[in-house]
Design a protein around this ligand. Structure first.
Ligand code: FES
Ligand SMILES: [Fe+2]
Length: 467
């Protein structure tokens, strides 16, 4: 077999016969920022990964120790805890943190576990004046300093020692509060850098949560994350969006070891429907009919002569968004009004770029179960012009057997998530049932998933080597 050409040479038409994302941008009505045109496609090894890493408890323990307890992960939004004393609880891999605003400009994360005999100090979020353990009544100030120990007489071993609550590391970006259990972790920006740079224009810190839905799903957290890291599953999983989604000719990039992205153009038909020669009206009708809620394309109507569906949808989106928040979008690119521009921060977070209300995802294991994951779906909307930022919505928790449609606030998106979730329990069962014992990833379209696994391997190896 001849060696395949390097990915870096396949700038156009990585899917045979299809125009590239870059070529779609060439036809847009406004210039796009340069970073949307950059391409970063390193060559990665093509070997598959063993199926055990999706369910094996020994492997999962390694992930917990060397990935989950070492990596940065967002725990809540700053707007969730606006006042001193406000506290959110973040649970992951059997750990629990109290994320507390300790001063107007300071947020800290304390282990949610009583240093006496271990009871969780809080099981509900809210504004706290102290952390008082419900078991024997010891209490700590919200800055983590021991406040009251009425059984001090019986604890000579604590005398002179510090019994303050232990802490995790905290940093913020884009209005998100990130935590890291590793007190020696490198700064968040060492990982997030390229994402933070590209997102400056979208000002996530000035947005507020208009949706936050959380749901357990019967599959490993990686299988859950992987369902949102490529677009080429749309042809079979979401066929109804193909009339307006450039799926198989999406662009995929790795910006550094920890930030990856993929771009799927909207308002253009999938190359897989090329033989249908859809008209602009048919594309717009499919978009409005699907009501994917984030992109407002206005009412379906006659597309003016000489305008493509993509140009029309972008313009409708500008006008609808301006009417909704008062900001001017007249110079914003078609791509940033319409496209699916998904950036991921390793290992478990995804942030959509662009100007409309945008999605953020988070995936994590449920407790210490490698076979149940939890997905958070957040939507952030820009604060209205000349008006205070509205307060964030609270988390809407769905049960493991509840459909996404039970969260009415998701609108048309619920159906898309339901389609994704329709696969996942069967992915998990199929991994157990595997006849080859190996999962394979496409060289280009699944490059981000490959990177997820390579880094997990690298962190486990480094952790086991003690570095
Ligand atoms: S376990 Fe918390 S005061 Fe005893
Ligand atoms: Fe999907």
């Amino acid at each position: 077999m001849n060696a395949p050409p390097p990915l870096s040479q396949l700038r156009k038409g990585r899917h045979p016969g299809a125009e590239s994302y870059e070529e779609i941008l060439d036809q847009d009505t406004r210039p796009v920022p340069a970073f949307l045109r950059e391409q970063h496609v390193p060559e990665l090894p093509l070997e598959g990964v063993p199926v055990e890493r999706y369910f094996d408890r020994e492997f999962f323990q390694k992930e917990v120790q060397h990935v989950w307890l070492k990596c940065w992960q967002w725990a809540c939004r700053e707007e969730d805890i606006p006042n001193v004393g406000d506290t959110e609880i973040y649970d992951v891999v059997g750990k629990s943190l109290l994320i507390c605003r300790t001063k107007p400009d300071e947020i800290r994360a304390f282990y949610n576990s009583c240093p006496h005999r271990g009871r969780k100090l809080a099981t509900l979020p809210g504004c706290k004046s102290e952390f008082r353990c419900p078991y024997h009544g010891l209490s700590w100030n919200t800055d983590g300093v021991l406040k009251n120990n009425h059984i001090a007489w019986d604890f000579p071993q604590w005398e002179g020692g510090k019994m303050d609550l232990p802490e995790a590391k905290v940093e913020t970006w884009g209005g998100f509060v990130f935590i890291n259990f590793d007190l020696n972790a490198r700064p968040l920006m060492d990982y997030l850098g390229p994402l933070a740079k590209d997102f400056e224009r979208y000002e996530l810190h000035n947005r507020h949560k208009i949706i936050h839905v959380q749901k357990p799903v019967r599959c490993n957290w990686k299988a859950l994350a992987e369902a949102f890291m490529e677009s080429h599953h749309s042809v079979t999983t979401h066929p109804q969006i193909l009339p307006f989604l450039a799926d198989v000719n999406s662009q995929y990039d790795l910006l550094n070891d920890y930030v990856s992205r993929h771009f799927s153009a909207q308002g253009v038909a999938s190359p897989l429907l090329a033989d249908q020669n859809l008209t602009a009206e048919q594309i717009i009708a499919a978009m409005t009919g699907q009501a994917t809620s984030r992109r407002q394309v206005g009412e379906a109507g006659a597309v003016p002569e000489g305008m493509t569906a993509r140009q029309f949808a972008a313009e409708q989106g500008r006008q609808a968004l301006s009417a909704s928040d008062g900001w001017d979008y007249s110079d914003k690119s078609d791509a940033e009004m319409l496209d699916a521009l998904l950036y991921n921060l390793w290992p478990n977070m995804s942030f959509w770029a662009g100007f409309p209300p945008n999605l953020v995802y988070r995936w994590r294991p449920r407790g210490l179960d490698p076979e149940v994951g939890i997905m958070d779906v957040v939507m952030l909307k820009r604060a209205p012009k000349d008006a205070p930022r509205p307060p964030p919505v609270p988390v809407h928790e769905l049960g493991i057997d509840e459909p996404w449609s039970a969260a009415e606030e998701l609108g048309g998106l619920a159906g898309i998530f339901e389609q994704d979730m329709g696969n996942l329990p069967y992915v998990q069962e199929g991994l157990h049932a595997s006849g080859t014992g190996v999962v394979h990833f496409a060289r280009y379209s699944e490059m981000r998933i490959r990177q997820l696994h390579l880094l997990i391997d690298r962190w486990i190896a480094a952790g086991e080597a003690g570095s």
